[in-house]
Design a protein around this ligand. Structure first.
Ligand code: NAP
Ligand code: HSE
Length: 439
């Protein structure tokens, strides 16, 4: 082949260093890798000690210099954050350069603007690394599952929180210490609140849903509950009932609600969820992620693998670079019409349903006085609101009160809220201590 494709990196942190490492060690990889050459790299601090060698003249603190460099043909944005990442991606597109990005925060909020700009400039913006780290999930949703009517996309899509929950469950590790380990391993976001508050998972489910259901998702409408509020006692009770707890992101069609003006009703949410020990997601541990896609006619498929970290994420970034590089080499670098399966386009409208219409099984922990009849009174309120109960168990009664744990069958969140408002009014009820999802 012998034709160099110039790469410009915006960022040389966990992911950027992983990408450079793959490109610089091309032996034994797809022959196209040896056609790639990193020409310029933008960083914040040139004097910083790095895990990988790079000739200092390639470094700049001015990202625009990378984009505008005539030797750079593909811009790889791995710096993170919303701005200046969004403006830099648009600048690259407007200069006729394709972009590869791992930045889910910017794609979840500005993906539509970026995709439109890319389509009109005739360039690609590929985002495989933005969801699921090294797991191929973006291209399968765009291409391999394209013939399906997707019903549901759900799973564990944040590596940091799965790593934390696994170490707490298996070793009884301390939350703060394990979060620090996840940061040291390069799994966490620059501000780890994005991981533990469920915001990163919400970015990712917005992106997956946009591709799976074909319409733009308003990121700001997605409700999130993170693991930062999860109490150890709930994990303990869940274990005693045969469940583990994982941070899940879920997106599904709400079949019961008719399509409004052709707009597809979707329920999307992120929350710590009880998963029964025999569920396929129960065995997904550590930094691994898994995404379940349910479609018609395929049924259910699961994508599993490392969800964060330098090597796995760089693997996904380089796959996208190779897709674009392959097209450039085949077309001798000349601009052609875009491959519609590689480029992203919305083809219908979707809207998120009111939270009250989300239908799910729910785990509740209620603290009450240890008085006779309290379980009956709670059960009767649920009954009046048509909430059927799978199990109701009293744990740890003491002078301070009794802990009553309830798992409901699948009902609308609105019915649960109405019941809880009435339960709060019972004289023996001291507190609704927890409310979690349950599979
Ligand atoms: P990181 O380790 O913090 O690296 C960020 C890099 O960008 C650093 O090299 C930093 O320079 C540079 N940078 C940041 N702001 C800059 C600016 N304004 N101008 C010039 N350079 C700037 O982050 P990361 O973990 O590699 O993540 C990068 C992106 O990938 C994020 O969008 C993240 O969400 C996404 N992602 C990460 C993972 C993962 O496992 N880490 C997985 C999937 C996706 P300095 O080195 O000088 O500070
Ligand atoms: N902070 C993210 C995670 C990186 O832990 O999943 C991968 O997107």
């Amino acid at each position: 082949m012998g034709k160099t494709i110039g790469i410009g990196l915006l960022g040389l942190g966990t992911v950027g260093a992983g990408v450079l490492k793959i490109i610089e060690t091309s032996e034994g990889r797809n022959p196209l890798v040896s056609n790639l050459e990193v020409m310029r790299v933008a960083v914040r601090d040139i004097s910083k000690k790095r895990s990988i060698n790079i000739s200092p003249e390639k470094l700049t603190t001015e990202p625009k210099e990378v984009i505008d460099d005539p030797e750079v043909q593909i811009v790889v944005e791995v710096m993170g954050g919303i701005e200046p990442a969004r403006s830099l991606i648009l600048r690259a597109i407007n200069s006729g350069k394709s972009v590869v990005t791992a930045n889910k925060a910017v794609i979840a909020r500005h993906g539509d603007e970026i995709a439109k700009a890319a389509n009109s400039a005739g360039v690609y913006v590929l985002i495989e690394a933005a969801v699921g780290g090294g797991i191929p999930i973006i291209e399968p949703l765009k291409q391999s599952l394209g013939g399906n009517r997707i019903k549901k996309v759900s799973g564990i899509i944040n590596g940091t929180t799965n790593y934390i929950l696994t170490r707490i469950a298996k070793e009884g590790a301390n939350y703060k210490n394990v979060l620090k380990d996840a940061q040291d391993l390069g799994y966490a976001e620059a501000d780890p609140a994005a991981d533990v508050e469920g915001l990163d998972a919400a970015d990712k489910i917005a992106i997956l849903s946009g591709l799976a259901f074909g319409g733009v998702i308003k990121r700001e409408e997605i409700t999130t509950k993170g693991i930062n509020k999860l109490e150890e006692i709930d994990v303990k009770y869940a274990n005693r009932l045969g469940y583990g707890v994982k941070l899940l992101a879920i997106a599904e069609r709400v079949e019961q609600l008719k399509e409004r003006n052709q707009s597809l009703p979707l329920a999307l949410w992120v929350e710590p969820t009880l998963i029964s020990n025999d569920h396929p997601l129960a065995g997904v541990n550590g930094v691994n992620n898994a995404i379940l896609v349910e479609g018609e006619p395929i049924g259910e498929v699961m994508f599993y693998g490392p969800g964060a970290g330098s090597g796995p994420t760089a693997s996904a970034v380089v796959a996208d670079i190779l897709n674009i590089a392959g097209i450039k080499i085949n077309n001798k670098g000349e601009a052609t019409s875009l491959d519609p399966l590689l480029s992203a386009a919305s083809w219908r409208e979707c809207h998120l349903v009111n939270q009250k219409d989300i239908i799910q099984k729910t785990y509740l922990r209620v603290i009450t006085n240890d008085s006779p009849g309290v379980i009956g009174a709670i059960g009767s309120i649920f009954g009046k609101n048509h909430v059927s109960i799978e199990s109701i168990v009293q744990f740890d009664a003491s002078e301070k009160g009794a802990e009553i744990v309830i798992i409901t069958h699948k009902v609308k969140r609105g019915q649960i809220e109405k019941s809880l408002n009435q339960i709060k009014g019972l004289s023996d009820v001291l507190q609704i201590a927890s409310q979690l999802g349950c599979l």
